[in-house]
Design a protein around this ligand. Structure first.
Ligand code: FUB
Length: 463
């Protein structure tokens, strides 16, 4: 597994904090006048705030250049007001660079802004905390030094990405960490001191960085970035958002699944919040014009829970429209047969195969079955679908391209054929059709004589 090296950007000290409020447009990304990253939502009264870092890397620069933390707000989760930078590196006199991920937590009428920031002392990243009297500040350093640093016993290999949570009994907890090192500690009621030892939580399967903690119906949730290739990402430079639940705020945690798959930026950082009776996922991508891994942009999408408290995977939306949204990752997949050493999860894990032999994001194969086999997607409620594409798997052994294939949708009582299924190798075979409303899409594949068939990725698009 490759390890990304975070490059410390040398930053100038900024003393001015912008205070203008500018309305910004509604579609994702929610703001394109600047690049924004690492969003952390907070609801106060009838307003949702998003605290985000600012990416200032020029085009072609492959390091983070981050000096400010900005605030956006909305009363409808659609139309956003940009309040400018409300904190920056100079907010922490002991810091010198790298205004990375942050989160604001309210308590006793004050707002505590926990930040990842590079101190001027030994070591690299630290957790700092600023305090303000309102969600928009002004914010000042609350402690006069780091809350967590490399010298904190049992601290993470990279002390970044704080998430702070105050439980119903008033006990506050902070989780943080990077480089696969999740950490947790209790906070004092003053919110600026730790209490007790730093612990290493268990059960956060494949934790990489960016934890986000919340509670719903008495259950604790921890969402976090992972970068494994076991159904998460196509290669470990990228990350997805996994989540775990626990009945105790310090765990042990039980991994539950993926909230958000790989996005267009290598980093994946998100927060979840309930606002006006709906749940939202706030995250970042590289989708803005001129965007990139160090020029990211904040996006917001609805998030849904199942009746059992599990989270439905979020399919990112964009303002671009046009080609539609691949809703396959939100479907439950089934098949007539899958070989024990292959994986049905391959077909809708968001992979982009390089060729028909590319197993880097898992492969589905039905060896030793021959003749007609099928894979199917099912959604809990009807979806409008007008396009599908299939990337066939060919291992140059027992699995080959199919002789023929047939796409079908369920009309409530039987499967109806959709014409146009292609069997070419090393490419996406795209089928466009008049939109159908259905809960099930099925792909039948008929093998060549003496061979079996397989699929690397099968997509279904909602207009
Ligand atoms: O934005 C800098 C770093 O990238 C954050 O702290 C991580 O979570 C990742 O998004």
């Amino acid at each position: 597994m490759s390890v990304r090296r975070w490059m410390a950007a040398v930053c100038g000290v900024i003393t001015a904090v912008a205070v203008t409020a500018v309305p910004v447009h509604a579609a994702n990304p929610i703001i394109t006048s600047i690049y924004t990253a690492d969003p952390a939502p907070l609801v106060v009264g009838n307003t949702m705030y998003i605290y985000a870092g600012r990416d200032e890397a020029p085009t072609g620069t492959n390091n983070f250049v981050m000096r400010e933390w900005h605030v956006l707000s909305s009363t409808d989760a659609t139309n956003w007001t940009h309040h400018g930078a409300r904190a920056n590196i100079a907010t922490f006199p002991w810091a010198g660079a790298d205004a990375w991920a942050s989160e604001v937590e309210p308590r006793n009428g004050k707002f505590y802004w926990y930040t990842s920031v590079n101190g001027n002392g030994p070591g690299w990243m630290n957790i700092g905390v600023a305090v303000g009297d309102s969600p928009l500040g002004p914010f000042t350093d609350a402690k006069g030094g780091p809350l967590i640093s490399d010298s904190t016993p049992n601290s993470s290999g990279l002390n970044i990405d704080p998430t702070v949570f105050v439980d119903d009994d008033g006990q506050a907890y902070m989780y943080w960490g990077g480089y696969w090192g999740a950490r947790a500690v209790r906070l004092a009621s003053n919110m600026i001191d730790t209490v007790g030892s730093v612990v290493t939580p268990t059960g956060l399967t494949n934790f990489w960085e960016a934890p986000w903690m919340f509670k719903r119906n008495g259950l604790y949730y921890m969402m976090y970035a992972a970068n494994d290739t076991s159904g998460c990402v196509t290669n470990s430079n990228y990350a997805c958002q996994r989540y775990a639940t626990a009945t105790n705020p310090l765990g042990p945690w039980t991994h539950r699944g993926i909230v958000l798959g790989q996005v267009s930026s290598t980093t994946n950082h998100a927060g979840i919040v309930e606002f006006n009776g709906q749940w939202y996922l706030v995250y970042h991508t590289a989708d803005a014009p001129g965007g990139g891994n160090f020029r990211r942009s904040v996006a917001v999408d609805r998030l849904y829970f199942n009746a059992d408290g599990t989270i439905q995977r979020v399919i990112p939306t964009t303002g671009g429209g046009g080609s539609g949204t691949n809703i396959a990752p939100s479907a439950t997949a089934s098949t007539s047969h899958v070989a024990a050493w292959e994986s049905l999860a391959a077909i809708n894990n968001g992979g982009t195969p390089a060729n028909s032999q590319d197993r880097s994001n898992l492969a589905y194969g039905n060896w030793p079955q021959q003749g007609t086999q099928w894979i199917e997607y099912q959604w809990p409620t009807a979806r409008s679908i007008n396009k599908s594409s299939v990337y066939w798997f060919d291992d140059n052994q027992g699995i080959d391209l199919p002789a023929s294939c047939q796409l079908q949708y369920w009309n409530g009582s039987s499967y109806v054929n959709i014409p146009g299924c292609g069997v070419a190798g090393n490419t996406e075979n795209v089928i466009n059709f008049t939109a159908v409303s259905t809960t099930r899409l099925r792909l039948q594949m008929t093998s060549r004589t003496g061979l079996s068939t397989g699929v690397l990725e099968w997509k279904a698009f909602q207009p």
